[in-house]
Design a protein. Structure first.
Length: 476
């Protein structure tokens, strides 16, 4: 998947802007190449080198250093909060201050999940953006933890897209929003929701946003779940095998459950019918495979930490390349530290990484677009850094590389050995299904021996599961 050299490739460095006090001087950019996960990124050959302005890059803050706060962060202006309820249980919180009444920028924030909601844990988001002149809008849409939305997260039925459309329509009609400009920031599963809208070519609402930023986005159901959950697989016992099967189904049910009253059997998640088992279903669900449909004129920023253990950082690297390869306009900032929830209050909060991330988003908005920037730990990619940068990316994402390869082998029915971290291998799809069926049969026998009414019901349930899987195997 090569970026077309005729499109000019990418330049490096985020231009200067408000909130970038912790900076390093820029470096000259020449013809450059980076290879990652089979992706080749290159600038156009023969183009004169450009110079990155000094003080243009957010720089990671050392552990021992107290992060430099933006001037507006030191102001403790009261933040007003309003909650608006829309149709079908959709709602949104609006945060503003005396400062934001006189500024044009609005940030729509899509939190992760599913099953979460925008609460006090997101206080760093609210304070930073309101303190920097942004009105903050935090919707609760399909799949969030609010009442009425828990079981409506089926992307196959496009609930995410419909709910986001309703939020956009409301904001368009709200009087004080008429002269505002909107950027959208999405974290984790919020990235899946946002990308579902942005890749829907029938949605004119995509033009509502001036910029889009993805923080640690989960864009591919199967790859992310395999990355996060494969450690639970162990074929040493029936119990551990069934635990993997239950995890496999539970995680996809949480993300794609939909309204079961309106769904037929083909839309419900089972051991057989889920994106990890069925790659074609995964491609139907996951917007990762349609990122070339994101509007070309929409500037996008990807921010990801390589120590993220829930969503692999290479997913953002690949997404960055996909968007630019299709002629889009994406930039990326990679941090070696931060994990998955670095801006959330509590033990995971890392103020330095948070400041760098939000400052990069602020720069994207204030400069009015993106420039295909690549920034890694505050450093740009320059000619003499290419080998080191490529090595750093591949080493940092080794776990993701292993799991991606396992997923490919999984669907190709090729056995793979256990990797170096002690996790059991993921067997070929047919073998896994046979093992899960056998585990259900063995558990059914154990329940039958107990003889109680509850045990008999459990035995019947496990027997039915085994029969369902065995029938599917007979057809293949």
């Amino acid at each position: 998947m090569d970026i077309d050299r005729n499109k000019g490739g990418f330049q490096t460095g985020i231009p200067s802007g408000p909130g970038l006090e912790n900076c390093v001087p820029g470096k000259p950019v020449g013809t450059q190449q980076v290879q990652h996960s089979g992706i080749r990124l290159a600038t156009e050959e023969g183009v004169m080198p450009s110079i990155i302005p000094e003080h243009s890059l957010p720089q990671a803050v050392p552990k021992s250093t107290t992060p430099t706060l933006l001037p507006s962060q030191t102001i403790t202006a009261p933040i007003g909060q309003e909650t608006v309820t829309l149709a079908n249980h959709v709602s949104l919180q609006i945060f503003s201050s005396a400062l934001t009444q006189h500024t044009k920028n609005v940030m729509l924030f899509l939190h992760g999940g599913p099953g979460l909601e925008y609460d006090d844990d997101y206080e760093p988001v609210t304070k930073w953006f309101v303190g920097n002149g942004y009105t903050v809008v935090a919707p609760e849409i399909a799949g969030s933890g609010t009442t009425g939305l828990e079981n409506t997260s089926n992307s196959y039925s496009q609930n995410y897209v419909q709910d986001l459309k309703s939020v956009i329509h409301y904001l368009r009609e709200r009087p004080e929003m008429q002269e505002k400009e909107f950027c959208v920031v999405a974290h984790s599963w919020g990235g899946f929701q946002l990308a579902s809208l942005l890749t829907d070519e029938t949605a004119e609402e995509r033009g509502f946003f001036k910029q889009a930023a993805f923080i640690s986005p989960n864009l591919d159901s199967a790859q992310t779940r395999l990355f996060a959950d494969a450690s639970e697989y162990n074929d040493a016992s029936d119990g551990s095998l069934l635990a993997f099967g239950r995890t496999l189904v539970r995680n996809f049910e949480e993300r794609h459950t939909g309204n079961e009253e309106k769904m037929d059997e083909s839309g419900k998640m089972t051991v057989l019918n889920n994106p990890l088992i069925d790659q074609s279903l995964n491609e139907k669900f996951s917007p990762f495979y349609r990122l070339d449909k994101i509007p070309k004129e929409l500037p996008c920023l990807f921010f990801h930490a390589t120590d993220d253990e829930q969503v692999p950082s290479s997913l953002s690297v690949d997404a960055f390349a996909k968007v630019n390869n299709a002629g889009g306009n994406a930039s990326i900032v990679i941090s070696s530290k931060g994990g998955h929830r670095f801006f959330i209050t509590g033990d995971t909060h890392q103020p330095g990484v948070t400041t760098n991330c939000f400052a990069a988003i602020n720069t994207l908005v204030k400069q009015g677009g993106s420039s295909n920037n690549v920034v890694i730990d505050g450093d740009t990619l320059a000619d003499n850094d290419i080998d080191a940068v490529e090595k750093r990316l591949l080493v940092a994402d080794k776990a993701y590389e292993n799991h991606t390869r396992a997923l490919e082998n999984f669907h190709n029915e090729i056995e793979t050995p256990a990797n170096g971290n002690g996790r059991k291998r993921i067997p070929p799809k047919r073998e896994l299904l046979e093992k899960i069926a056998t585990a259900h049969e063995n558990l059914a026998k154990k329940f039958e021996m107990q003889g109680t009414p509850v045990a008999r019901r459990n035995a019947e349930s496990n027997r039915n599961s085994a029969n369902l899987i065995n029938k599917s195997l007979e057809k293949t």
